[in-house]
Design a protein around this ligand. Structure first.
Ligand code: NAD
Length: 220
């Protein structure tokens, strides 16, 4: 593929989830620009990703059709948000799970991108109508809620903003499928999404089982 044909995704926040999303997207052949507001964090993330990709290649566990070196060549780090967003068609936000932080980040992102750029949040439990409340063009907003880490657990929950266009959800679904994730599309936002609710029920039932075993002094 020539450089001109490469499509760009910007990952905002280079912690655990941001690094893993970046690895997922480069495995699918996308150019990925990583931005973090902490000086040096985004470039440190690339060093960490390099180590992981090389180890995965060595262990024959690398995702996608490209070599580790080819995937690394698709990655770049930025300390300037405007530069990081230049040319992106999709933005995956992965900053702290604080509503005000996310609202502020998306308000800032919107200053630098066109109306057609899809804005996606990795939030674990904040509903899209809250996360994107300061965004003007909300028809391009959704939550792509990963399971930690998305590189190894492919399930991703796609939760639309109430104003999200069906075409935006289709595009996000198609992107996630292309990069090898297993997207589940929710029809509307709901507290806890679907995954956290199902997970909470399984965890609660598991603890009840442990309590029964302890009470009866037996193994179940
Ligand atoms: P983390 O603390 O590991 O990383 C957050 C990163 O965001 C840090 O590098 C920080 O410097 C950066 N950051 C903070 N504010 C920023 C800003 N304004 N602009 C740019 N960068 C900023 O967090 P994480 O575990 O990677 O989680 C990120 C998101 O993913 C959260 O919303 C979290 O709820 C969600 N999530 C986490 C998990 C998990 O198990 N860790 C699972 C699913 C979803």
């Amino acid at each position: 593929m020539s450089t001109a044909e490469l499509k760009t995704i910007t990952v905002v926040g280079s912690g655990l989830i941001g690094r893993s999303w970046a690895m997922v997207f480069v495995s699918g052949g996308y150019r990925v620009k990583i931005y973090d507001n902490q000086p040096g964090q985004a470039s440190k993330a690339i060093t960490e990703i390099r180590k992981q990709l090389e180890e995965l290649e060595e262990a024959h566990m690398l995702r996608g059709q490209l070599t580790a070196a080819q995937q690394l060549a698709l990655l770049s780090s930025y300390e300037d948000l405007a530069q990081a967003l230049e040319g992106a068609f999709f933005v995956q936000e992965c900053v702290f799970e604080q509503l005000e932080d996310k609202q502020g980040v998306f308000q800032e992102i919107e200053r630098f991108v066109g109306k057609e750029v899809i804005l996606s949040s990795s939030t674990s439990c904040l509903v899209p109508s809250s996360v994107f409340s300061k965004v003007q063009e909300r028809s391009r907003c959704l939550v792509s809620h990963p399971v930690n880490p998305p590189y190894y657990v492919r399930l991703v929950e796609l939760v639309p903003h109430p104003e999200a266009k069906p075409a935006v959800m289709d595009a996000a679904h198609s992107l996630m499928t292309k990069v090898g994730q297993a997207p589940v599309l929710l029809k509307k936002e709901i507290d806890g999404f679907a995954l956290n609710r199902v997970q909470a029920a399984i965890i609660a039932e598991s603890w009840r089982l442990v309590q029964v075993c302890v009470r009866e002094r037996s193994s179940c």
